[in-house]
Design a protein around this ligand. Structure first.
Ligand code: GAL
Length: 683
C-alpha cells in the first residue's frame, strides 16, 4: 500500500478547540435564499461545524462555457464563516451540465454493449475523456483561484464518489487509454500475449492497435484482459483524482485535499489501498444495507477504512440519518440506530461524522432520502436524534486525534483477489469474496475477539493470527511474505480457492492451492462446488455450503481438525492445521461455513494463537469492543449488538458517553443498540 506521508486534517483557525467534526452535504442552491438563514440557525443549534458544499453545482456555477456565477457561493461561504462553520468545498465536477454534454457528446461513457450512457442523471462522463478533463480542470482552477484565501475553506472535496456510476467505460477513449496502460504494464506485445494466455482460443495479438476493452463478446472474454481492465479502470480514476488534486495543490498548497471513498458493501471497483496515499486524509461514505450482518458490515467497512488511513483519523463524509432512496425497500432506522451507526464509525477512527444530506430535498431523485432536517422539519425524532448526537460528539472531544488501536487478529483484504474470484468462467458463479471476509469478521464478533481488516499490501506481519479469506491471487512476493510470517511464529488461516493463481490469473500447477501448498502441507486434487440446495456435514457439527474440495494431507505434521461426513468428499479432510517449527502454524478451511458455522472453529485458531479475552465472559458476542488510543489514554467503545439491555461488568475507566448502573466501579449499562465510551489509562 502506498504510504501517505502528507497526512493533514481540516484547516482550522489557530486556537480552535479540537472536536469531532459534525455536518453534512449542504445544497443551498436547491433552496430559496430565505431558507439559508434558517439553515444556519438550525446548524448552530445542532452543533454542526462542517459542511460539504457545491458537490453537484456545476450547472449553477458555470451556466455556459463562458459565463460564471459565483455570487451565490460567495454568499454561502461568507454565511458559513460568520456562523463558525467550515466548508469542505467540492470541485463540483461530479455531474457535467447539459450544455457540456450537448456540445461534446463524446464525453459520455459507453457500456460494454456499446450503448452510450445519456445525460439526465449524474456522473455521465468518461474518466479517460481529454475533453471532459479540460473542462473539469478549468472549473477546478476557477474555484481554487476564487476561494483560495477564503477563511471558511477547511478542505477540498474532489468530485464525488469517483467511479460510483462511471467506472467501467468501454468507449474509444477508454480503448486508447487502455492500450497505453497495457503498454506501460507489459512493455512488449509478446509479454502481453503471455500474460493474457492468448494461445487459448486464437487470441494472439500482433500489435497494440488490435486490443480492445472487454466489450460484449460471443462467450467469456479473456479473463486476464478482464482483470487488467479492472486494474486499468481503477487506475484511470486515480489518475483523474491526481489531476484535480494537483491543480488544487498548485493554487492552495495549504488546504488539504480529499475525496469520498466508498468502502462499503457493493462497491468493488476502486482499489482504495492503491488510492489512499494520494489524499491528505481519507474520507469515506457508508450506507447500511439491511440484513442480519448489516451492523457487522458497517464495522468491517469502518475498520478497513481506518487501515487505509494508516490508523490515523479519517472523515466519515456521508452516511444516512435514516432511510436511503436507492434500495429495493428503503428501511427507516430504528431508535438508537442513528447514534450507534455514527459512533461505530468514530470507534474505528472517524474524527468527522457527516451525512448525506443537511436538508431533505423537495424535488429530484433523492427526495425520499433521509437528511438531518427531514421534510417534516425539526420537530421530529430524526432531528432530535441528530441534535443529541451533536452533543455526544462534543462529549467525545478527548478522543480527537487518537488512532485505531491494533487488534491481535487480522483479516486480509485484497481488491485484486476480489476481482479475480468473482470473474466469470469459474467453478461456481456463487463465490462472494467480501461475504466470506465478512463472515469471518462476524465470527470474531461472536467470540468477542477484536479483529482488524487489513489490506494485503499493508502491514500485517505483527498480528498473532491472520485470516486470508479466498486469497485467490498470490504472486511470488506475497507467497514469500506469507511463508516468512508463519516461519516467524505467525498463525495463518487460509480458506478455499486461495493461492490458486499468480498475478496474471494463471493457475499455479501441481495441485491447489499452488502458492500455499507447501505452507499448508496439503494438496487439493479437485474443486467440488455444491449446488444451491446442497450442504455437507462436518464431524465437528458445522455444515459446509457452496464449495468443497478434495483435500489430501501431504505433510505428516498436518492435523486434520475436521472431516467431511457427507457428500462426495465424505471422509476427506475439511479443515487442516499444520504446526510449523518456530511456533507458527498454517490452517486451511476448504468449505464455506458461514457466519454461524465459523465461530466454533475460529475459537480453536484463536486459542492456538494465544489471543486472550478482553471482555467479561457474559457479554462476549453481545457487546463489541473497539479501541482507539492516544498518547496518554485509550478509549474503549462498547457497542451493544443486541436489541436488549446489556450490563457490562468489570470494565474500568471514566465514562465519557453512557452510564454505569450506580457507582464508579459498577457495570456499564447499555440500552438496546447503545454505545458507551470509556477513557482508560494507556496500556
Ligand atoms: C452517495 C452520493 C450522494 C447521495 C447518496 C445517497 O452515493 O455521494 O450524493 O446520492 O449516495 O445515499
Amino acid at each position: 500500500m502506498p504510504q501517505n506521508e502528507s497526512w493533514r486534517w481540516l484547516r482550522r483557525p489557530a486556537g480552535t478547540t479540537p472536536r469531532i467534526a459534525f455536518g453534512a452535504d449542504y445544497n443551498p442552491d436547491q433552496w430559496p435564499r430565505a431558507v439559508w438563514d434558517e439553515d444556519v440557525k438550525i446548524m448552530r443549534a445542532a452543533g454542526v461545524d462542517v459542511v460539504s458544499v457545491a458537490i453537484f453545482s456545476w450547472a449553477r456555477l458555470q451556466p455556459d462555457e463562458d459565463s460564471w456565477d459565483f455570487a451565490w457561493l460567495d454568499e454561502v461561504m461568507d454565511l458559513m464563516h460568520a456562523a463558525g462553520i467550515g466548508v469542505d468545498l467540492a470541485t463540483a465536477t461530479a455531474s457535467p451540465p447539459p450544455w457540456l454534454s450537448t456540445r461534446h457528446p463524446e464525453i459520455l461513457p459507453v457500456n460494454r454493449l456499446g450503448q452510450t450512457i445519456g445525460p439526465g442523471a449524474r456522473q455521465h462522463w468518461r474518466p479517460t475523456s481529454p475533453i471532459f478533463r479540460r473542462y473539469a480542470l478549468g472549473l477546478v482552477r476557477a474555484l481554487a483561484e476564487r476561494y483560495a484565501g477564503h477563511p471558511a475553506l477547511v478542505a477540498w472535496h474532489v468530485s464525488n464518489e469517483l467511479g460510483c456510476h462511471n467506472v467501467y467505460d468501454y468507449s474509444d477513449d477508454a480503448a486508447a487509454a487502455f492500450r497505453t496502460w497495457l503498454a506501460g504494464r507489459y512493455g512488449t506485445i509478446d509479454a502481453l500475449n503471455h500474460a493474457w494466455g492468448t494461445a487459448f482460443w486464437s487470441q494472439r495479438y500482433g500489435g497494440w492497435a488490435e486490443i480492445l476493452p472487454p466489450r460484449l463478446a460471443a462467450s467469456h472474454p479473456n479473463p486476464t484482459q478482464q482483470l487488467d481492465f479492472r486494474r486499468f479502470s481503477s487506475d484511470v480514476l486515480l489518475d483523474y483524482l491526481r489531476a484535480e488534486r494537483d491543480v488544487l495543490r498548485e493554487i492552495t498548497p495549504d488546504v488539504p485535499v480529499t475525496t469520498n471513498f466508498m468502502v462499503m458493501d457493493g462497491q468493488q471497483a476502486m482499489d482504495y489501498a492503491a488510492w489512499a496515499g494520494d489524499v491528505d486524509f481519507v474520507a469515506n461514505d457508508h450506507y447500511v444495507r439491511p440484513g442480519p450482518q448489516a451492523v457487522d458490515e458497517l464495522s468491517f467497512s469502518a475498520n478497513l477504512t481506518g487501515k487505509l488511513a494508516r490508523r490515523r483519523p479519517w472523515f466519515l463524509m456521508e452516511h444516512s440519518t435514516s432511510a436511503v432512496n436507492w434500495q429495493p425497500v428503503n428501511v427507516a432506522k430504528r431508535p438508537g440506530e442513528l447514534a450507534r451507526d455514527a459512533l461505530l464509525h468514530v470507534a474505528h477512527g472517524a474524527d468527522a461524522v457527516c451525512y448525506f444530506q443537511w436538508r431533505q430535498s423537495a424535488a429530484g431523485a433523492e427526495k425520499y432520502h433521509s437528511a438531518m432536517v427531514p421534510h417534516a422539519g425539526t420537530d421530529t425524532a430524526v432531528h432530535r436524534a441528530v441534535v443529541a448526537l451533536g452533543q455526544t460528539l462534543a462529549d467525545l472531544a478527548p478522543v480527537v486525534g487518537s488512532e485505531q488501536a491494533p487488534a491481535r487478529a487480522a483479516i486480509l483484504f485484497d481488491w485484486e483477489s476480489w476481482w479475480a474470484v468473482e470473474a466469470d468462467s469459474h467453478p461456481t458463479s456463487r463465490l462472494r469474496y467480501r461475504r466470506e471476509a465478512l463472515d469471518w469478521y462476524s465470527a470474531f464478533l461472536a467470540l468477542g475477539v477484536r479483529a482488524d481488516v487489513v489490506p494485503v499490501s499493508a502491514g500485517w506481519d505483527g498480528y498473532d493470527l491472520v485470516v486470508a479469506p479466498i486469497l485467490h491471487m498470490v504472486p511470488a512476493p506475497l507467497r514469500q511474505r506469507l511463508e516468512r510470517y508463519v516461519e516467524g511464529g505467525g498463525h495463518l488461516v487460509a480458506t478455499y480457492f486461495s493461492g490458486t493463481v499468480d498475478e496474471n490469473d494463471h493457475v499455479l500447477l501441481g495441485g491447489y492451492p499452488g502458492a500455499l501448498r507447501d505452507l499448508l502441507g496439503i494438496r487439493v486434487q479437485e474443486f467440488r462446488p455444491l449446488l444451491d440446495e446442497e450442504a455437507v456435514t462436518l464431524d465437528v457439527g458445522a455444515a459446509g455450503t457452496m464449495w468443497t474440495e478434495h483435500v489430501d494431507v501431504v505433510d505428516p505434521a498436518v492435523e486434520v481438525w475436521a472431516r467431511y461426513t457427507s457428500g462426495e468428499t465424505a471422509g476427506l479432510p475439511a479443515v487442516t492445521h499444520r504446526p510449523v517449527p518456530g511456533g507458527g502454524s498454517a490452517g486451511y478451511v476448504s468449505t464455506r461455513l458461514g457466519a454461524d458455522g465459523l465461530p466454533g472453529l475460529l475459537r480453536r485458531f484463536v486459542s492456538v494463537a494465544g489471543i486472550g479475552d478482553e471482555l467479561p465472559a457474559g457479554v462476549r458476542g453481545l457487546v463489541q469492543l473497539v479501541v482507539r488510543r492516544g498518547p496518554d489514554a485509550e478509549f474503549w467503545f462498547l457497542v451493544n449488538r443486541t436489541a436488549d439491555r446489556v450490563e457490562v461488568p468489570d470494565v474500568a475507566g471514566d465514562v465519557l458517553v453512557g452510564r454505569r448502573s450506580t457507582g464508579d466501579v459498577s457495570p456499564v449499562v447499555l440500552e438496546p443498540r447503545e454505545v458507551a465510551v470509556l477513557r482508560r489509562p494507556a496500556s
